[in-house]
Design a binder for this molecule. Sequence first.
Ligand code: ATP
Length: 293
Amino acid sequence: MNTIEVRGLTKKFRGGFELGPLDLSVRQGYVTGLVGPNGAGKSTIIKLLMGLSIANAGEIRLFGDRMPGREAEIKARIGFVSEENRLYEHLTIEAMRSIYAPFYKSWSDKAFREYTDRFELASRSRIRTLSKGMRMKLAIAFALSGGAELLIMDEPTAGLDPIFRRELLDMLADLMQDERKTILFSTHITTDLDRIADYIVFVNRGQLVFDQSREEIFERYVLVKGGKELLDRDIRQAFVGLRETSVGFEALSGDRKQAVRLFAGQALIETPSLEEIMYYTAKGENKHAEPRS
Ligand SMILES: Nc1ncnc2c1ncn2[C@@H]1O[C@H](COP(=O)(O)OP(=O)(O)OP(=O)(O)O)[C@@H](O)[C@H]1O
């Protein structure tokens, strides 16, 4: 079953950016990473899902219900983390908790205390005195204490030091083990995805590149490294992205079988990292550029 189902989602901004039309699904009980370069449209998608922005066209269903529509019921089942989380600057963490808690049917003060202790957030601290990373930790503590079935997080690891970033990802992995939540989180840090994502939704320039499981992605893509004599126009065209030097090339192919057929025994065929997949896809438009000398 899909916790989030998006069909034909379209958003146009005055500045010229267009998202979609886009279809994507977030499977119940799994972690889905939403990834893409700066300005790809990740935050826009999350805002549309949360009803913070209104689409020009398309349909969004959360837990099978339309959004917007049954917004209050839907949001009570979601823990939301974003840099734009509303925190009242003059309040203390404790005062903020008393405002926040009643919105969630399954709110747990005990869980909130445990998270804030773990994150070293003092309940008497005023929000305005918190650093960027501490604010993110607080937003995460609120989201995790509400007993939400679905966590939607826009760049939850942004502004966090590497140690806490890793701890957070481990915590989310534990949450999946124990309670089978559904998590959608955006990032442009691909190592975050390597750690916990089961499915990856990759967007580039407002368009969906893929929405697939990690296994499917690594079955499909290969990195080919070889000498320039192997390249001709058709072969160049067949690559997702290509980088040429004066002596050789490195290229991403989205068709493992074809790459093996063309290059086995003549070039190195390797499994790319997610970062390489993102890099070559985002650079795809430049793939026919003049070789660098
Ligand atoms: N309210 C708005 N009005 C006009 N353009 C907007 C608005 N919000 C976003 N955009 C544009 O939409 C595009 C996508 O922005 P978005 O914030 O969704 O990207 P992102 O993938 O989250 O990027 P980043 O990784 O840099 O946070 C950008 O070109 C941005 O300038």
